[in-house]
Each structure stands twice: as C-alpha cells, then as structure tokens.
Design a binder for this molecule. Structure first.
Ligand SMILES: *Cc1c(COP(=O)(O)O)cnc(C)c1O
Length: 418
C-alpha cells in the first residue's frame, strides 16, 4: 500500500492541502498510514468516525465563543449555541446526568476545573497513587494537582491487584479528605462506586469519579455508571467513547453553576466549538444500538485477549479484565516492560508501558477499543495474542503479520480508485 492509497475520510479538502503544502500533507498521510497498518493497542486511543472528523474539520473551528449558550461574550453564536445545547442534551440523556459541561479541552482540563469547583488550595484529597494507576492529575508532584493540593494515595492489594477498600476507609478516616477521587489509567476492573460513596458520606467529602477510561463503556451499557454515586464525574470524550479529543464534566443540578464557572472563566477561555460539535456527533453515535454492541464487544475482546496473553506466558494483573484495559507483566518471559514494548513495536503492535502495582518494574498497558472499532472479534484477539507472545519472547519475524491482520480491518472503508 503506497501512501496515496490510504483512504482519507477528508479526501477532497486533503487534495487542496496537498497542493498548498505538500510537506505537511505527507506527514498527515504518513500518520494515517501508520494508524491503518499496525495494530493500535494503546488503551486510550480509538478511531473517530468520518462524521466526527467532518465536524472537527469544519468552519466551527473559526468561531470564538466564550461563555455558554445564550450568554456569550461574542456575537454570531446562534449556530454554535445550538451545537453546544445539542451536545449537552445528548450527554445528559446518554449518562442520566442532570448537568453536563462539554467545554473542557481535555480530560486533564476537566479534572482541573472540578478541583477548582470543589476545593481550595491546600485541601486534602484521597486518590489512587500514581504507582498503582493514578493519573498525573491525581497528585503527581509534576502536575498542578500535586503542587496545589495535599494528596493522600491509596493503593491496591499487592497479591490481587484489586482496590483495598479497608485501606481506603482507614486512610479516609485518618486524613479526612475534602474529596475522594475514584478513577485510574490502568485499573482493569470496575471500581465499587457504592463503597466509595459510603466512605465519602461518612466524611462529608465530595466523591469525584474520573471516568476518563470507562465512560465509553458506560455509554454502551458495558460498565457500571458512576453518575448515580459521584458528586461530579469527569471524563474524556476520545477514549472508548470514540469522540474527538476533549473532556466533559457531569454533575447534579446543585453543582452545575460552580462547575460551569470553574471551566469558564476560571480555567479556560473560548470554547472549541468544532470539538464541541464533534462531541455532539459522537454522543449521537453512542446513543445508537450499534454502540451498545460495540462496547460489549470491546469487553469481550479484552477478556479473550487477556486470557490468551496469560496462555502466552504473560502475567495479567488481577488475572483478567472487566473493561477494555489489560495491564500485563512480561517478566515471566524474562523481559521488562520497556524492552517488551520495543519488541512489540518492531512486530507492528503499538502500546504503552505502565506502572505495575508491585515491584519497581514497568509493565504493559493495552486496550481493545481501537481494534474493535476496526471490526475485530474473538478470533482476531487470539491471533493478536500469538503475535504478541512471539514478539515479547523475541521470536517475531517483523511487522508483516500484524500489518496483514490490520489491513484486513481498515479503520475507514477504502473507496474505489484508492
Ligand atoms: C486519560 C486520562 C485523563 C486525561 O486526559 P487528557 O485528555 O489526556 O488530559 C485523566 N484521568 C484519567 C484517569 C485518564 O485516564
């Protein structure tokens, strides 16, 4: 497949770009080809639909729209106001929430705004520790969160890899946090939102769910929803949910005004209206029955892949998964995470290293959201596990097999003549 044979969902505009700026056009084509030719196993990634890409590449990108629908600081907002109202209405309907703010530019921006809405600098917050799968915004010293708030980390049981609720209770009781954060970048199981709610109620603390990863599964009915339990849910729109790169906040009517003010004007300026329109398109897609099928297939695929990786000799943290996410330790094959990632990349499989809940070595984090969008099912997961095991053991012959499998499931339909 040559670079020009890769299907571009944005073909017409792209041809104009290529005439104007061939240097950059080649970069876009190269990246599009890279995405289609390897197996994309990064747990946080997915393939936007052509409809989502169309909204992202639309002239809504030109519009300044500080404020909220009906209360903008700029003129000419009559169409973008409709886009944002549709996005909010679809988000509240999809997740059964009283209020949605769809303006956060990213998942991290959503978390920042939620802290701004609920906390004062110096407040104590209980969150999963970074070595166990906490996100940078959960108290990393390199992030605003660790600098401005006093984070107390909870962990997971070293044997089972599961959240130790006794430990969460004990830490909450000792440190009396103002907020408790539930959510992680690599925890493959469903958190017990009710248990967290009970702990928060006991202290009078806010419960913040950072559902950046599972929110797409929630949309498809394939994971329990944090919405009935958490005071505020922050999320991304670009992971399993398959929308544009961005963030979102869901909350009760009681916190709506505080959350909205914390997003704009406290932490952000003008909303990105093209992204908000694309979020609306993605929420519309997620409302359709096909998305429910998709979300359940994502989980089925992850379960099958996790079991097959164990048969290949990797150690899967918690022994499996409830979600799209698999955390695996390649140590039983005599390889550390970074070495395994390099070997997997050479064999056409793209994924991340991540912290493991025990020891100092890094493991591997992968997910099935993108390959499932491509239409892969259980049989393909078995094949991927075979490529995977061979690559980690250093027995792979190159990226051809992975590329051939990926090529049989193009992320975008290839039109005639390309
Ligand atoms: C992905 C993620 C984020 C941040 O999302 P960005 O859009 O990269 O800022 C925050 N929290 C958790 C738990 C995540 O998984």
């Amino acid at each position: 497949m040559t670079v020009t044979q890769v299907h571009r969902p944005w073909a017409a505009d792209f041809d104009a770009l290529r005439r104007q700026d061939p240097e950059l056009a080649d970069v876009l084509l190269g990246e599009t080809r890279r995405q289609a030719r390897g197996l994309q196993l990064i747990a946080a990634e997915n393939f936007n639909s052509p409809a989502v890409l169309a909204a992202l590449g639309s002239p809504l990108a030109n519009k300044y729209a500080e404020g909220y629908p009906g209360k903008r600081h700029h003129g000419g907002c009559e169409y973008v106001d409709v886009a944002e109202r549709i996005a909010c209405d679809r988000a509240t309907a999809l997740f059964g929430a009283e209020h949605a703010n769809v303006q956060p530019h990213s998942g991290s921006a959503a978390v920042l705004a939620v802290y701004a809405a609920l906390l004062r600098p110096g407040d104590t917050v209980l969150a999963m520790g970074l070595p166990f799968g906490g996100h940078l915004t959960h108290g990393s010293p390199a992030n605003f969160s660790g600098r401005w708030f006093s984070f107390v980390p909870y962990g997971v049981d070293a044997e089972t890899g599961l959240i130790d609720y006794e430990q969460v209770w004990a830490l909450a009781d000792k440190h009396r946090p103002k907020a408790i954060v539930v959510g992680s970048i690599s925890y493959p199981r469903h958190p017990d939102y009710l248990a967290f709610r009970e702990i928060a109620d006991e202290l009078g603390a806010y419960l913040v769910a950072d559902a950046a990863h599972p929110i797409g599964l929630v949309a498809g009915g394939a994971a329990p929803s944090p919405v009935p339990y958490a005071d505020v849910v922050c999320a991304t729109t670009h992971k399993v949910l398959r929308g544009p790169r961005g963030g979102m906040i869901l909350c009760g009517a009681n916190l709506a005004e505080r959350v909205d003010r914390a997003v704009f004007p406290f932490t952000q300026g003008g909303a990105q209206m093209h992204t908000i329109a694309a979020k609306a398109v993605a929420f519309g897609e997620a409302e359709a029955p096909a998305f429910t099928t998709y979300a359940h297939q994502v989980v089925t695929n992850a379960r099958v892949l996790a079991a097959a990786l164990e048969r290949e000799g990797l150690s899967v943290v918690t022994g499996g998964t409830d979600t799209h996410l698999i955390t695996a330790d390649p140590a039983p094959l005599g390889v550390d995470g970074p070495t395994a990632r390099g070997r997997l990349a050479a064999a056409g499989m793209v994924l991340d290293t991540c912290a493991l809940p025990y020891g100092n070595q890094r493991g591997l984090r992968l997910g099935t959201a993108a390959v499932t969008t491509q239409g892969m099912e259980e049989a393909e997961m078995e094949r991927i596990a075979g490529f995977f095991g061979a690559a980690v053991r250093g027995e792979s012959t190159g990226p051809e097999e992975a590329a051939e499998l990926a090529g049989a499931f193009p992320p975008y339909p290839v039109p005639e003549g390309h």
